[in-house]
Design a protein around this ligand. Structure first.
Ligand code: GMT
Length: 371
């Protein structure tokens, strides 16, 4: 098939999922055309069957807000025409699905279907800014296919937007050959807890620092913070206040998580909510057990006490106690680590989930031809 993919190309789970999906589809022989304002971070455009089409947005002084959605729609239309795309697949509703709808309407000689995948923040953002509600609901309803990444998100989409069309759950996936355990890498040095995020308030990064202080009452552990964002400064301040700054490392944004994660002993993901929790899946594939919060789509991924733990949001004592258990009880760590890898391998490997997208695309295209 010839597929056009649009996503936010910067750091963020939805862009990562879209990029990995495109790469996997290209490996399976599809022609994949990324249409975005920048090259997605994990994408090497030199990969066979991968094509990249940049969206240029003019910054004429009249435009206080450059009309990206329109520039994107034009580019989608052009690429679809020249490359004979079978369908567009947009990740994140705002504004990508509206652009796809416009591109579809501009395509007069045939039907150009589009699929929208909702990743979570496209709902929470609309939840906090109602000005986007009518247009987001409209663009989701007009999509030829709607997918999302967890059961929780399916319910949220249906309830929040009142969508009556079927919403297909296709869980996030991981490349199980790239993300693999490396137990030897964990034998060197101190115990290490990893946190990965964009440091937005929803990630509750300060809870990582508070938990570290409690864990260190029992285990000599370090906290490794990967990523960057608005709460990094407050995090550094809190680390100094709690006297744990010498046991924390801020790595900033990382391009090769598959090299970093296997060196860690546990992942701490104390988020307020997570539509899925891709960071937890990547950790599990590397045999690194997650201590996460019982929220959002995380129960789709983690089985509490088997391949990781989920504790209430904001319950630092409970989260720290789980991290302490994992770091101080070697047989428990081994058991959780093996189970985490098994969960990733048996339920969330790319090779299991990419065919689900392929089948879904075929269904959407067939319905478009009939209609
Ligand atoms: O977590 C973020 O802030 C980034 C966000 C995004 O839209 O890029 O991530 C969302 O999509 C990821 C990939 O599907 C999910 O794994 C994350 O759980 C989800 N984030 C939230 O729901 C907060």
């Amino acid at each position: 098939m010839r597929i056009g993919i649009t996503c936010y190309p910067t750091y963020g789970g939805s862009g990562i999922v879209a990029t990995e999906l495109g790469l996997e589809l290209a490996l399976r022989g599809h022609q994949v055309h990324f249409i975005s304002y920048a090259n997605p971070i994990r994408l090497d455009p030199d990969t066979p069957n991968i094509h990249y089409h940049e969206v240029e947005v003019s910054t004429y002084p009249l435009f206080q807000y450059p009309p990206y959605a329109l520039a994107l729609a034009s580019r989608m239309y052009e690429v679809a025409e020249h490359e004979h795309l079978d369908l567009l697949h947009v990740h994140y509703a705002i504004p990508h699905s509206i652009s796809a709808l416009l591109a579809q309407q501009m395509t007069k000689n045939r039907y150009l279907p589009f699929v929208t995948t909702l990743h979570g923040t496209d709902i929470t953002l609309v939840g906090t800014d109602r000005s986007y509600f009518p247009i987001t609901k409209f663009s989701i309803e007009e999509s030829d296919g709607i997918t999302t990444i967890s059961e929780f998100m399916r319910k949220q989409t249906e309830e929040f937007f009142g969508i009556t069309k079927p919403v297909e759950v296709i869980h996030n996936f991981v490349n199980c050959d790239l993300y693999t355990p490396n137990p030897e890498a964990r034998t060197v040095g101190k115990k290490r807890i990893l946190h990965i995020s964009n440091f937005r308030p929803v990630k509750r990064v300060l809870d990582c620092v508070r938990a570290l202080a409690k864990v260190r009452e029992h285990v000599d552990a370090d906290l490794v913070m990967a990523g960057d964002g608005p709460d990094r400064g407050p995090c550094e301040l809190l680390a100094r206040q709690l006297g744990v700054q010498a046991h924390m490392r801020f790595l900033g944004k990382q391009d090769h998580m598959e090299r970093l994660i296997p060196r860690m002993h546990a992942l701490h993901l104390p988020s307020e909510t997570e539509a899925f929790g891709l960071a937890a899946l990547e950790a599990m594939a590397c045999g690194v057990p997650p201590v996460a919060t019982l929220t959002g789509g995380l129960p789709d991924l983690i089985t509490h006490g088997v391949d990781g733990y989920m504790e209430p949001v904001g319950d630092i004592d409970a989260q720290a106690a789980r991290l302490t258990e994992i770091l101080s009880d070697a047989p428990l760590h081994e058991r959780l680590s093996a189970a985490a890898r098994k969960t990733a391998e048996t339920r969330f490997c790319a090779k299991l989930l990419i065919p689900r997208y392929e089948q879904y695309y075929q269904k959407v295209c067939a319905a478009g031809e009939l209609g």
